[in-house]
Ligand binder design. Structure first.
Ligand code: CTP
Ligand code: MG
Length: 232
């Protein structure tokens, strides 16, 4: 089987509070999505990289992507939720003809620009022979509180055994399509939960905090620091 990356990039970035969708915000002199694309396209494991854009995306064509030409496929088939965008992307892959149901799909957020080749290799090496597939994740470090709507603590939850899910999340094309077609796409925020809903148990592969998701305005400066430090 081959390894194919799928980058859902059809969101609007509402929590970022910027008119420009966050995947295009400038980060270390490039649009944010450039960084994940660069890592995925330069991995010798990855056969092809599909980018899923909103049907009305006006930004993508403002940039020069020719350095990724050998692997990059762009589809304007994003949906209303992340899960819809991923499912539409998987359908586009199937229609493409060159990708089979047993090939591995690595779904990676455009908003995780600090993914490294090392983490990507760890994920692929750990899961290439796995029955189910899995995802990058990190053990929860902080103490967890449940609160009411007045921010009064109702209880403390043990963080023992709790992990934060990241991406890439890696599953076989046929299984992931089956899983995502069956879930309520508005109720899930990652791909693994659709697999879990089938009764399967994805494997966690330990990553690190650098692979965080850029979500709020203050996340931009942190991502930029990480990327700049690597360049030097
Ligand atoms: N995404 C997508 N299609 C959607 C919603 C999200 O392809 N309908 C993508 C985003 O572009 C992003 C990834 O899924 O790369 C992770 O989603 P998130 O961080 O939630 O991004 P947004 O949905 O754009 O941001 P927000 O939730 O703050 O609006
Ligand atoms: Mg979102």
């Amino acid at each position: 089987p081959r390894f194919i990356a799928l980058i859902p990039a059809a969101g609007s970035g509402s929590r970022m509070n910027n008119e420009l969708p966050k995947q295009y915000l400038s980060l270390a002199d490039k649009p944010m999505i450039y960084h994940a694309l660069h890592t995925l396209c330069h991995s010798s494991h990855i056969f092809r990289v599909f980018v899923i854009l909103a049907p009305d995306d006006n930004e993508w064509n403002c940039y020069d992507w020719s350095s990724f030409a050998g692997k990059l496929v762009v589809k304007y088939c994003g949906g209303a939720t992340r899960a819809d965008s991923v499912l539409n992307g998987l359908k586009a892959m199937q229609a493409d003809g060159s990708i089979g149901n047993d090939d591995w799909i690595l779904v990676h957020d455009a908003a995780r620009p600090c993914l490294t080749i090392f983490q990507l290799d760890q994920l692929i090496d750990t899961l290439a022979l796995d029955e189910v597939g899995g995802l990058l994740a990190i053990p929860v470090a902080d103490t967890l509180k449940r609160a009411d709507s007045n921010q009064r603590v109702m209880g403390t939850k043990s963080r023992n055994g709790l992990w934060q899910a990241q991406t890439p999340q890696m599953f076989r094309l046929g299984l992931l399509m089956d899983a995502l077609s069956k879930v309520n796409s508005a109720a899930i925020t990652d791909d693994a939960s659709a697999i879990e809903a089938l009764g399967l148990r994805p494997r966690l592969v330990q990553s690190d905090a650098y692979n965080f998701k850029v979500t709020y305005p203050q996340d931009l400066a942190l991502a930029e620091l990480i990327l700049q430090k690597r360049e030097t």
